[in-house]
Design a protein around this ligand. Structure first.
Ligand code: N01
Length: 532
């Protein structure tokens, strides 16, 4: 073992959350170090380099708000930023604030053990280094641990297999190739039209069809940009208050589909369809809670899919049979249209499941598909995967894996009872993935900064969530989720995509009430925590 590296704060992960956390901890005057497994900053935007990768939140909202000069100076070319553009922006931020000097790259955290005698976290990494810190902040991302499905024969395939979240940095040339894509979530739906343009043949292996909405990407409107920049702080503040939104500055309508006549409903839906992107789901104020409103919206999209896709059988295969917006919404650029091309073929895995990967391609229960390249767009072990990959042990050797054996439990999505001074940025139990991640990350980083600043000022060594507060919080998250339609289908919010994962609704619906609750906890002297 090398000699110990001692810090006030260790942050795991140098994505959007880790970078901002580092900036804030430096501001507090603390010694801080970031450990990152990639070779550079960027997190999600470092790894997800598949063709067509782009954020589906409007650019003017998908950026840091903490520095006025930064937000005034940066120019985004289009409504939605591409992966290279976001990475370039984050690299600019890293340079502007000289962040890299406090980051160890190409380094994986393997264990993090709380030492009760010294109230310190002992962190070991795959290069054999032992670090220690009073505070350990997990900025490991909600959607970062790839899900590689266990398919028989995977190792025998003669060609390359790429996961969308681990795509080669110098790209892949699909020209003239027979390509198979497994998975039709956000990543697959973005990649499929781009691959179809290049490949000789593309076979899409679909387990669940998607309610996808046209993104309607376009150049940014300079007048809108000028208007936003004239009061950027006000724009951000208004967005934070939008319930469930924060994913679009276009406010949701404040009426139910059921308050309208059929003709008015169609008009509103058509208007929103033309706007494209997340504003579509703001057509009515109850799409995620009312089965009637949800069905009216789903029927509208079903008709759109059938109008776009020429082959009726394919259109039927592409039409979901579950509530709309129940799986995480997907935005597309020409996704359904691509199935009208003669070089694209759709396979319904519910009717004919994959049996094996063979040296020549993919075998379903019905057919052998010969392929040169396989792309796994099979998603992630979301919300808990990246945390549980690390062996984290709190008081009395309590392991996080054991503590979360029946699903994640914590208080405010920020702290787990029995794990003092350990914070999770956008952890399960917080709004996280149900909001614009930028907004959720900034709120958490700022809350943790205030908390650590308070502890330093008041000479507290440890902060720890109580069992009672944790129990009440978990019950609250379940109660809120149970009132929504998000629990009405199979989705990754509940871990349904990972075989054997406990079925628990992980994010908390409702950002504004959550922010209020976090502020109230502070105002009441960190209610629900023990400070010692
Ligand atoms: O992953 P997913 P993703 N055999 O889990 C299927 C964010 N994101 O990488 O639905 C066959 O959504 C799986 O089927 P099913 C966004 O939050 C944002 O696409 O589980 N198929 C599904 O079709 C998003 O939600 C952006 O039945 C298998 C697909 O693979 C999240 O990241 C872009 C399978 C996985 O879809 C994850 O998106 C990209 C198996 N064994 C991602 N296992 C933007 O901002 C899984 N599937 C635009």
């Amino acid at each position: 073992m090398k000699s110990a590296n001692e810090f006030d704060v260790i942050i795991v992960g140098a994505g959007i959350a880790g970078m901002y956390m580092l900036y804030r901890m430096r501001e507090l005057g603390l010694s801080v170090h970031v450990i990152e497994m990639a070779s550079d900053i960027g997190g999600t935007w470092y790894w997800n380099r598949y063709p067509g990768a782009r954020c589906d939140t409007d650019t003017m909202e998908y950026s840091y708000s903490f520095d006025e000069d930064l937000q005034q100076e940066w120019e985004w070319p289009e409504r939605y930023p591409t992966q290279p553009e976001i990475l370039e922006y984050l690299q600019h931020v890293a340079e502007r604030f000289d962040l890299r000097k406090d980051i160890s790259f190409n380094t994986r955290v393997e264990t993090a053990i709380f030492d009760e005698a010294t109230s310190c976290w002992r962190v070991s990494t795959d290069d054999g280094t032992a670090h220690s810190a009073r505070f350990l902040i997990m900025a490991t991302g909600c959607i970062s641990e790839p899900n590689i499905p266990a398919i028989d024969g995977m190792q025998t395939f003669n060609g390359p297999i790429y996961h969308t979240a681990r795509f080669p940095h110098d790209g892949v040339d699909f020209s003239g190739k027979r390509v198979g894509v497994i998975g039709t979530g956000s990543s697959g739906v973005q990649a499929i039209p781009v691959i179809a343009e290049q490949a000789a043949q593309l076979t899409v292996f679909q387990r669940s069809p998607q309610w996808s909405i046209p993104a309607r990407n376009r150049s940014v409107d300079p007048d809108l940009v000028a208007e936003i920049k004239a009061d950027y702080a006000g724009f951000r503040a208004r967005n934070r208050l939008q319930s469930g939104a924060q994913l679009s500055h276009i406010p949701a309508n404040d009426f139910s589909a059921m308050e309208l006549s059929e003709e008015e409903r169609q008009r509103v839906l058509e208007e929103r369809w033309q706007l494209g992107g997340f504003p579509f789901f703001g057509a009515f104020n109850d799409i995620t809670v009312s089965l009637e409103s949800n069905k009216a919206t789903a029927d509208f999209v079903r008709d759109k899919i059938h109008a776009i896709v020429e082959d009726l059988t394919v259109a039927e295969m592409l039409t979901p049979d579950y509530t709309i917006h129940c799986k995480r919404p997907v935005l597309d650029s020409g996704y359904f249209e691509i199935y009208n091309r003669s070089n694209v073929h759709l396979v319904d895995l519910r009717a004919t499941p994959i049996v094996a990967i063979t040296p020549n391609g993919i075998r379903t229960s019905e057919t052998d598909y010969d392929l040169d390249i396989i792309v796994l767009a099979t998603g992630f072990d979301n919300m808990t995967g990246a945390l549980l990959r690390i062996d984290i042990r709190g008081r009395a050797g309590l392991s996080l894996r054991d503590s979360w054996a029946n699903g994640p439990v914590n208080y405010l999505g920020l702290q787990v009872a029995g794990f003092p001074n350990l914070f999770t940025i956008t952890g399960p139990g917080s709004p996280s993935v149900l909001t614009n991640m930028m907004v959720a990350i900034e709120q958490h980083v700022e809350w943790v900064t205030e908390c650590i600043g308070y502890m330093v000022d008041h000479e507290h060594d440890c902060i720890e969530a109580t069992e009672e507060a944790q129990e009440a919080w978990v019950a609250h998250v379940n109660e809120v989720a149970d009132q929504t339609l998000w629990v009405s289908c199979h989705n990754w919010y509940q871990g349904d995509n990972i075989p054997g994962k406990p079925r628990v609704f992980m994010p908390l619906p409702g950002f504004p009430p959550y922010v209020e609750k976090c502020a109230e906890v502070v105002a009441n002297g960190y209610e629900g925590f023990v400070l010692s």
